[in-house]
Design a protein around this ligand. Structure first.
Ligand SMILES: Nc1ncnc2c1ncn2[C@@H]1O[C@H](COP(=O)(O)OP(=O)(O)OP(=O)(O)O)[C@@H](O)[C@H]1O
Length: 261
């Protein structure tokens, strides 16, 4: 694949002596939605946190291999704190900073990175809130605390916060896991819309969600990619059957799938 948004090569990740990701290789096309799927504990969040180097906040973690975002080797060519400019992150639990206002939550990244102040910053905040589909709901109460918003609104605020540095890549770790179906579908619509300009990598437990939002995806099992393809082809074998079989006849199936690739 030429000029992918994210290219991961020969990635191995360890927590202490325990290896949790094994020789991961994948490329994410630009302006697409890429789903990372797999059962609990298989290493999905670890993979996401390796892409933006958040993993380094855990002193027991060790990373081998190469991660490129927009052609930049993030472990060798950038200081860690600059990676947020290439890849924004949205977490499972909406986590706005509770002591900050709606405005200040979104302005946080641009301020920390010295990108803008005054009018220019106002424009960035407004644009990020518009992109996150929240502007109309909050434009008259920007000074109110972020915690005055509902759970679904708080998650869209976190998306706005991640977008405020205008990163080309957005990483989302089960962004709808704690939301009701109405807010879930709002965020899914947003994901599809944002992917016109931004590459999105979404971790999800839910194959139906992956089918709704993603173009392509990978299934991880026990730290290994066992299947990687366009989203329709990925589910040619029903997902639950696949996972069921993996847990029953783990080794055989992993080997069979790897041979087919
Ligand atoms: N700090 C840590 N120290 C040791 N082991 C860890 C640490 N963090 C995660 N692990 C282990 O690494 C493996 C992968 O965890 P990870 O959180 O990446 O999985 P996941 O697929 O995102 O799970 P879930 O869907 O439940 O969030 C798990 O076995 C987990 O127990």
């Amino acid at each position: 694949m030429e000029n992918p948004a994210v290219r991961i090569q020969n990635l191995n990740v360890y927590y202490g002596n325990e290896q949790v990701l094994f020789n991961i290789n994948l490329s994410v096309p630009r302006n697409s939605v890429y789903a990372i799927l797999g059962p609990s504990g298989c290493g999905k969040s670890t993979l996401l946190r390796t892409i933006n180097r958040l993993i380094e906040l855990r002193p027991e973690a060790r990373v081998e291999g190469k991660v490129e975002i927009m052609g930049i080797d993030v472990y060798r060519e950038l200081p860690r704190e600059q990676v947020a400019r290439l890849a924004g992150m949205v977490f499972q639990m909406p986590n706005p900073l509770p002591h900050l206002s709606i405005y200040d939550n979104v302005a946080l990244g641009p301020r920390l990175h010295g990108v803008a102040k005054g009018r220019k910053l106002d424009e960035i905040v407004r644009e990020a809130l518009e992109q996150a589909g929240l502007w109309e709901e909050v434009k008259n109460k920007l000074k109110k605390p972020a915690t005055s918003l509902s759970g679904g609104q708080q998650q869209r605020l976190c998306i706005a916060r991640a977008l405020a540095l205008r990163p080309p890549v957005l990483l989302m770790d089960e962004p709808t896991a704690n939301l009701d179906p109405v807010n879930e579908s709002k965020i899914e619509e947003l994901i599809r819309k944002l992917s016109r300009e931004t590459t999105i990598i979404i971790v999800t437990h839910d194959p139906e969600q992956a089918k709704r939002v993603a173009n392509r995806g990978a299934i991880i099992f026990k730290g290994k990619i066992v299947k990687e393809n366009f989203i329709d082809s990925l589910f040619a074998v029903p997902y639950y059957d696949l996972i069921q079989k993996l847990t029953l006849e783990e080794r055989m199936i992993i080997e069979a799938l790897q041979e087919k690739r």
